[in-house]
Design a protein around this ligand. Structure first.
Ligand code: HEC
Length: 168
């Protein structure tokens, strides 16, 4: 019993100690002109869905819920955001290479169709971000049609992408 008490106390101290591990929750500065939704002139419904379901991890506009301040959950949230941004960052879309853009445009509808994104544990805490079948359809259709209604940048992107392919 004495040992159990000691272990309990140790765990409690550990739980308190990890609260002091620094977690960076500052969002990088935003350049609205580079945002995917602006660059692609996405329709309002697409914009609403991406903001509600993807922007917390795939943009520099992450919103941190209260539990994002409590370790060890804060480590998990931070990890999701870092990894998410490294794969696709809608905030810096205009600055990313034509190759990265093409790759993302191809992968995004796949991850939605397969129910991989948003991540299941995120959906658990954000039921409002869970996509209905109709909402998935709206996003998938948009991305399968190229994910861009600013036509000029579409043809530019395709040309650049072809150029890169020739070298493969
Ligand atoms: C809770 C954070 C979170 C949310 C919300 C989220 N993602 Fe992700 N996403 C990640 C993480 C972490 C990864 C990298 C690990 C992985 O692929 O599972 C990722 C990877 C991806 C990838 C790359 C897949 C690959 O195979 O490399 C795409 C595309 C993607 N997400 C699209 C989306 C879209 C679209 C949404 C909204 C419908 C979304 N994500 C919502 C965290 C998130």
């Amino acid at each position: 019993m004495k040992l159990l008490k000691r272990i309990g106390l140790l765990l409690l101290l550990l739980a308190i100690a990890i609260q002091f591990v620094p977690v960076n929750r500052t969002n990088p500065a935003l350049d609205p002109n580079q945002d995917y939704l602006k660059v692609s002139a996405a329709p309002a419904e697409v914009a609403r869905l991406l903001k509600a379901s993807c922007y917390d991890c795939h943009s520099n506009e992450s919103k941190y819920p209260w539990y994002a301040y409590v370790a060890p959950v804060s480590f998990l949230v931070q990890n999701h955001i870092q990894e998410g941004r490294s794969k696709v960052n809608f905030s810096t879309w205009g600055n990313s290479s034509a190759h990265d853009q093409s790759e993302a445009l191809e992968e995004i509808p796949e991850t939605i169709a397969e129910g991989e994104m948003p991540l299941w544990d995120y959906n658990l805490m954000h039921p409002e971000a869970k996509l209905s079948e109709a909402e998935k359809g709206t996003l998938i259709d948009w991305f399968n049609q190229g994910g861009n209604s600013a036509e000029k940048s579409i043809s530019k992107r395709e040309n650049e992408y072809e150029g890169e392919h020739d070298e493969d």
